[in-house]
Design a binder for this molecule. Structure first.
Ligand code: 5GP
Length: 189
C-alpha cells in the first residue's frame, strides 16, 4: 500500500469497511516531525538538575508517546494518565473526568505532559489545573496535533502540527475506539 495515498477501508475493518479516509499526515512526515520534537525536548531539558517525568495521556497518545520517548536522548521517566470527555464518537460534550491518575509523586519534579490532539482545549485545561496543584518544579505541555480553531487559553510548549478543524484518525487517534492502528493520520471524508 502506498502510504501517501487516500484509503478506502477494506472488509477487514468490520463496521468501518468501505469508509473513505483522506490522507493528512503520512507516516514518514509523522516520524520526521516526532524526531525533531524529541530533539527540541532533549535540548530543553538537558541542563535541568533532574530527569523529567514524561506523562502520556491515554488512550490517544500511546503511539506518539512511544515514538517520542524513543527519540529523546536524555534520561527520562515515563508515566500515564487517562482522562475522558463525555460525548459521541466525533464531538466532546464539555465534561472531563479522570479515569486513571499517575502512579508517581510529581512534587518537585520537571513534568512534560504529552497529548495526541488539542481540540477545544478542555482536556488540557483540566490537566493543567490538576497538575499545577501538585507543586511541580516545572510543567510543560506537548501535543502532536493542534486544531486551528482551538479556544485554548494558555500556550503549548511543543506542537507537532497545526491542522484544520476536521475529525482525524490513525497513529493512536480513534473513531469509536477503532482505527488507532493506522500508521498515518487521515481525516474522514
Ligand atoms: P479537547 O478536550 O481539546 O476538546 O479534546 C481532546 C481529546 O478529544 C483528545 O485527547 C482526543 O482524545 C479527542 N479528540 C479531539 N479531536 C479529535 C479528533 O479529531 N480525532 C480523534 N480521534 N480524537 C479527537
Amino acid at each position: 500500500m502506498n502510504m501517501d495515498e487516500n484509503l478506502v477501508l477494506n472488509e477487514n475493518y468490520g463496521k468501518h469497511s468501505g469508509k473513505k479516509l483522506k490522507m493528512l499526515l503520512p507516516e514518514k512526515k509523522l516520524k520526521s516531525r516526532v524526531r525533531d520534537m524529541a530533539l527540541e525536548i532533549s535540548e530543553g531539558y538537558k541542563e535541568k538538575d533532574a530527569a523529567p517525568i514524561v506523562i502520556g495521556i491515554l488512550n490517544g497518545s500511546f503511539i506518539f508517546m512511544s515514538d517520542l520517548v524513543r527519540e529523546i536522548n536524555i534520561d527520562v521517566e515515563v508515566d500515564f494518565m487517562r482522562i475522558a470527555s463525555y460525548g459521541n464518537a466525533t464531538s466532546s460534550s464539555g465534561t472531563v473526568r479522570m479515569i486513571k491518575d499517575i502512579n508517581c509523586d510529581i512534587t518537585g519534579r520537571h513534568i512534560l505532559v504529552v497529548e495526541d490532539i488539542v481540540d477545544t482545549g478542555l482536556s488540557m485545561n483540566f490537566l493543567k489545573n490538576r497538575l499545577e496543584q501538585a507543586g511541580t518544579k516545572s510543567l510543560k505541555f506537548a501535543t502532536l496535533l493542534m486544531k486551528e480553531d482551538t479556544q485554548i487559553d494558555f500556550g503549548m510548549d511543543y506542537i507537532g502540527f497545526n491542522i484544520p478543524d476536521k475529525y482525524v484518525v490513525g497513529y493512536g487517534l480513534d473513531l469509536a475506539q477503532r482505527l488507532r492502528n493506522l500508521k498515518s493520520i487521515y481525516y474522514i471524508e
